[in-house]
Design a protein around this ligand. Sequence first.
Ligand SMILES: Cc1ncc(C[n+]2csc(CCOP(=O)(O)OP(=O)(O)O)c2C)c(N)n1
Ligand SMILES: [Mg+2]
Length: 200
Amino acid sequence: MSDFLPAEKALGMYKKMYEIRKYEESIYYLFLEGIMPGTIHQSTGEEASAVGMLYDLRKDDWMASTHRPAGHDLAKGISVKAMMCEMFGKADGCCGGKGGAMHTGDASVGAMTANAIVGGNLPIAAGVALAFKMQKKDNVVVCFFGDGASNEGSYHETMNAAGLWKLPVIYVCENNMYSANTSISLTCCQENVAADRAAI
Ligand SMILES: Cc1ncc(C[n+]2csc(CCOP(=O)(O)OP(=O)(O)O)c2C)c(N)n1
Ligand SMILES: [Mg+2]
């Protein structure tokens, strides 16, 4: 790693990944002990894709997350306090306590409110990218999705439009080989989403 990154930056990225892991561990226990209301969808083990993709983004670049938004949101710049308050329905939460675990976000740091509809964030991210392009801004949108989302119609429609219009959007597949708890072998005709599905 140090061959490619200055030590200080590598450490900063590692600290952010550690923060995400510790935050999600805390949420896990608070939820299981019945202290935290609502529900949880965790992204344990996916900290690196969040931080790797978002660390160098500007505040006015945008990020679109999924039903597992905590790591993405922390990496884009929402504070642990604002995330935690959101989990407990507090006014200091990033969405005033009205969103909960699957609908976190904060426009002031470019974190689009997370979308729990699988594949639902893909066309919205393309729309934001189209706006950037029409306004001649040099911003970019990063949009995360899962291997399961690549089976949705919205995925195929959006990839076509984004490719056709050359939109400033980066789609990042976090392929954990499961659609929640169903193996990719039962859901997808292609195992290598990045290589086979991306080549539309
Ligand atoms: C349109 C839609 N269909 C079904 C669901 C229920 N659902 C929630 S998570 C999930 C699996 C998504 O798989 P993937 O995109 O690979 O994300 P992962 O859970 O692996 O992070 C499903 C089917 C949903 N939220 N939205
Ligand atoms: Mg998956």
